[in-house]
Design a protein. Structure first.
Length: 294
């Protein structure tokens, strides 16, 4: 397959929308393979899927063996959720009790290598990163996204929410510093839920995540930063009303809207990655955390 053909697939809006539906469980793999052939001629549907599937060999922006970081795994209890939850914890080697801690929430497929790398990136910015694996009850992220997606969808979703709530409660009990939270896709929606339910979150950053119920907006105390992608129709349909409610309730929020990019534009292991938008959004997010978590 030529580079031009690959780029045509990556830039085909209909194909990307179909992949988004598949990646979020709206259609099956078979349905994706059947439908995508309508938009791509001369290339097999299986080859198209292979091009769009995340490549986690690209995930290490920060070396897991970086000597400036201390990496551990801890287990905390989620009494209202699935029980013991494992969390990937990354600290700057010179961290102390004043170092802010950020709960990082993964996408809809568990704690994959991309999210682990994001945790290391947070630590390189002098934050403590705390990244629970929502698939802990199933044995943890299985090593591939298809299985991880199926495992996460099979969980009791209310209990899964409580697993992340318990993560914040663990941080409240075990850290003296300020607490922030950031999440992507499913995790972006969970960030909004955390902001509704916990008053002591000092800063919350949501990447292309489902919005909180409008009736819950008055409960939000955290400053919010919300990142949206122009071509992300599934998520974008909810944010105008969400922003109106945030305004009406005089909440502290910032919305950034990135033109010409797709859902998951921050994820550098997928063709939907957009380097310019990812880097700009990351700088904005880090500046936001440094402002409110200092």
């Amino acid at each position: 397959m030529t580079a031009k053909e690959i780029n045509n697939i990556k830039n085909n809006k209909e194909v990307i929308n179909l992949y988004d539906q598949y990646a979020h469980g709206k259609i099956t793999k078979r349905e994706f393979l059947d439908k995508v052939q309508t938009f791509v001629l001369g290339i097999s549907a299986v080859a198209v899927l292979e091009i769009l599937t995340p490549k986690y060999s690209y995930a290490n922006q920060v070396d897991p063996n970086d000597k400036s970081l201390q990496i551990t795994t801890i287990t905390y209890q989620s009494l209202k959720g699935h029980g013991p939850i494992k969390s990937y914890v990354v600290k700057p080697i010179n961290s102390n009790e004043k170092t802010p801690v950020i709960l990082l929430v993964h996408e809809n497929r568990g704690l994959n290598p991309y999210i682990m790398d994001v945790a290391r990136r947070l630590a390189k910015e002098n934050f403590i990163a705390f990244a629970p694996d929502g698939l802990s009850a199933k044995g943890g992220y299985p090593g591939n996204d298809d299985q991880g997606r199926e495992m996460q969808a099979s969980l009791d979703q209310e209990k899964l929410k409580q697993d992340f709530f318990a993560g914040i409660e663990y941080l409240e009990k075990n850290y003296k510093s300020k607490i922030g939270t950031v999440g992507f896709c499913y995790g972006g929606g969970m960030v909004n839920q955390l902001a509704v339910n916990f008053k002591n979150i000092s800063a919350a950053v949501s990447y292309y995540g489902p919005q909180a119920d409008l009736k819950d907006v008055p409960k939000i105390q955290s400053p919010l930063m919300l990142h949206y992608a122009e071509f992300d129709e599934r998520i974008n349909k909810g944010w105008p009303d969400f922003e109106t409610s945030l305004k009406e309730n005089k909440k502290n929020y910032i919305i950034h809207y990135y033109k010409g990019v797709n859902h998951a534009f921050h994820n550098d292991t997928t063709p939907r990655y957009d380097k310019a938008a990812a880097e700009l959004s990351w700088k904005r997010s880090m500046d936001f955390f440094k402002k409110y978590l200092a």
